[in-house]
Design a protein. Structure first.
Length: 196
């Protein structure tokens, strides 16, 4: 904008017409103590202290605006509510709105006792995943997920309750991370039936 202003002044000087900007600056005055009641003829006549104050105020307004924009986008998301009703262990959940015969999946206990050392069970679980893929890329991601679980001392019960983001943030592809977290129950069922 200042370059544009300077170009306009130069153009007016060459054309012989009076400069609009000079007229604006003549009408403006700086009457505060920081200016010592001097008249402003150009942008450069604004005292440095006053210019710094104006710049600081502009930066503050921009940061407030940026903050308010971030807050408004977060607050626009609808809240998510999860209602979980406790049941006695092993009893299926029922809903009268679906009829008396309708049942939901029973809530699994936090930890199912699987014989063997916990890290060996995690290895077995990872090997089960490895047996279900042929691509080296998939296999590397599964091994990486296994290593993350073992490094963090997660047993099979912990893995089923993890957020896949934990693995994704450490480089595992999202699809492998989701499977590694969500397939524990399927693996247990196949293991118990002898097909795993």
């Amino acid at each position: 904008m200042l370059c544009e202003h300077d170009n306009q002044i130069d153009a007016k000087d060459c054309s012989g017409q009076p400069s609009v900007w000079r007229d604006v600056y003549r009408k403006m005055g700086c009457l505060g103590l920081s200016c010592q009641n001097e008249v402003l003829d150009a942008h450069d006549d604004i005292p440095d202290d006053l210019r710094n104050q104006l710049d600081a105020e502009e930066r503050q307004q921009l940061s407030k605006q940026k903050f308010l924009n971030n807050v408004s986008t977060v607050s626009m998301r609808p809240p998510t509510n999860f209602n979980v009703l406790p049941t006695q262990s092993g009893q299926p959940l029922k809903s009268s709105s679906w009829g008396a015969d309708a049942t939901l999946r029973t809530i699994q206990p936090d930890y199912v006792d699987i014989p063997g050392y916990r890290e060996a069970v995690v290895e077995e679980y990872a090997n089960w995943h490895l047996s279900r893929v042929s691509s080296e890329n998939y296999k590397e991601n599964i091994k990486q997920a296994r290593d993350i679980a073992l490094d963090n001392r997660f047993d099979i019960g912990n893995i089923s309750r993890l957020d896949p983001k934990l693995f994704v943030e450490q480089g595992v592809k999202i699809g492998v991370a989701r499977r590694f977290v969500s397939d524990t129950e399927l693996w247990r069922d196949e293991r118990d039936s002898g097909s795993a």
